[in-house]
Every structure is written in C-alpha cells, then in structure tokens.
Write a protein that binds this ligand. Structure first.
Ligand SMILES: Nc1ncnc2c1ncn2[C@@H]1O[C@H](COP(=O)(O)OP(=O)(O)O)[C@@H](O)[C@H]1O
Ligand SMILES: [Mg+2]
Length: 260
C-alpha cells in the first residue's frame, strides 16, 4: 500500500509555498544492489521535511546524489527550478552556495581551529560576499547562533560531540544557505544533546526561514522537528504525511518505525 498525501494539513484553497527542491523517479544501484528504485520528494519553502529510513536504506546515497557527490542512474533533481543534472559547473557552484550540507558525523578539519574551520567555506565561496565583509564578524555571528562564541580558538579535539555538531552547524550557516540538508544530525549524541541540537535547528529555521531536509532514523528527532515526513522503504517514498498521521498508521511497515 502506498499512501500519497500531498502537503498534509493544508487547506486546499490556500496557496502552497513555492517548491525549492524536487526529486523525481530517482534510481541508483551498485551492481546488484538496487538502493533507490524510483524515489520522489518535494521540499516546500520554509518547511522542515524529514526523511526517515532504516540503516542502509539509501538515505545518504539519496542526499549525495542531491549534492552531486554521487551520480544517479536516472531521475531528475531540481533545485530552485533548475535541473542540476543539466547545469554547467559554474552555475552549479553558484547554486551550491545556497545549499548548506551538514554531513553525517561533523566532518570538521581536525588540524584547524574552530575559527579556521568556519573561515574555510567563506574563502571557498568568496564570490557570495563582497570583500569589504569582515570575516571575523561573520565567524563570531555564526558561533553566536549556536551558543559557542567562547570556543572560537579551540581545536576540534578539545570539543565534546555536541559542541562539534554545533560548530559544524555554524559552518553550514555561515554561508547563509536557503536550503539546509542534514544527514543524521543527532547520530552519536546522547538524548539531551540531541534535543539541544534539534531545538537549535528549529531556531535557525525560524530566524532565517530556511527550508530543511532532515535525514534521520531517530524517531524523537522526527517528532520534534518535522512538518512533514517521508518514509524511505525499499528504495521508494513509501508514504508521506505528518508525524501524527504516520505514527497512527496500521500498516506494519510504517508501524515498525514508531515501535520503540
Ligand atoms: N559508494 C558505494 N559503493 C557501493 N555501495 C554503496 C556505496 N555507498 C552506499 N552503498 C550501499 O548503498 C546502500 C545504502 O547506503 P546508505 O545510503 O549509506 O544508507 P543509509 O540509509 O544508512 O544512509 C547500502 O547497502 C550501502 O552498502
Ligand atoms: Mg547514512
């Protein structure tokens, strides 16, 4: 059974927010391993969309295709109305600067201080900012957003897991992305630290009106942050709905996600 409800709980006569990201019919296999078998998703402006799937179901593969780290076998991916599979490198780079990606784990550079880690994307995307912009102010502002100004001169090895995740988030935010992709933002964190990161993600969404795609297998994360969610099962978007709708389903495949 495949239930496809469109944007949940929105009165039909209200205009929908614009679509910022869309995946249609995405396929990706590794040899005999058919990971994505026609996956679809639509992200609307300003929403927090959660994609939940069990470990090994293809969540990271999907997000890597989305950011161009991996090439899909077929399907279309549009970001702000542009089909990324047909863009030239230059246009793609400009578009990439609008997309923030928080990798699974934190992926900080261990040999760089927190400040240097945050300056790194600013140098890579210098075209996005005029050269009069003071990078020091930007670094401090980004760290303030995650409550870590005091850590500016520390090395990653001096930070706790939760602090590392915050710094990684600050590094994503410093480019002022319109869309943020989170791959397992709470993995490896204890429940209290996870909750803090989730609240921070919510604050950021409210403050900057970003659109977020959040990949997770953490039910609590999905519960706290999702406006809508998609379950990725057997390589397809098996079902779409609000947390409340999906957690009330009688379908055993869906129920399996919510049983704790
Ligand atoms: N580069 C790769 N080469 C071969 N197989 C891969 C590669 N990346 C991922 N896979 C396989 O694709 C499947 C989905 O992986 P992944 O997207 O990382 O899962 P998850 O949902 O846990 O993020 C797994 O079976 C994994 O072994
Ligand atoms: Mg993964």
């Amino acid at each position: 059974m495949k239930e496809t409800q469109d944007i949940a709980n929105q009165p039909k006569n209200l205009e929908r927010p614009p679509i910022v990201l869309q995946i249609k019919d995405l396929y990706k296999s590794f040899g005999e391993n058919n990971v994505l078998n026609g996956f679809n998703m639509t992200l609307y402006k300003g929403e927090n969309l959660v994609i939940m799937g069990k470990s090994g179901s293809g969540k990271s593969v999907m997000i890597k295709c989305l950011v161009g780290l991996m090439e899909a076998d077929s399907g279309s991916i549009t970001v702000m109305d542009k089909d990324i599979t047909t863009l030239n490198q230059e246009t793609l780079d400009i578009l990439r600067a609008d997309i923030g990606f928080l990798f699974q784990g934190s992926a900080l550079y261990d040999s760089m201080t927190v400040r240097e880690n945050l300056e790194f994307p600013l140098r890579r995307h210098s075209e996005k900012f005029d050269h009069k912009t003071d990078t020091n102010t930007m670094v401090i502002e980004a760290l303030k957003n995650v409550g870590l100004e005091s850590a500016i001169d520390l090395m990653p090895s001096e930070l706790s897991g939760g602090m590392k995740r915050r710094v990684a988030l600050a590094r994503t935010l410093i480019l002022q992305p319109k869309i943020i992709l989170y791959d397992e933002p709470t993995s490896g964190l204890d429940p209290i630290t996870s909750k803090e990161i989730i609240l921070l993600m919510k604050d950021i969404q409210t403050k900057y009106n970003t659109s977020s795609l959040i990949i997770t297998h953490d039910v609590d994360c999905a519960r706290y942050i999702s406006d809508r969610m998609i379950l990725l099962i057997d390589g397809v978007d098996y079902t779409v709905g609000t947390f409340k709708e999906l957690s009330a389903s009688n379908d055993p495949k869906i129920r399996a996600f919510f049983k704790q």
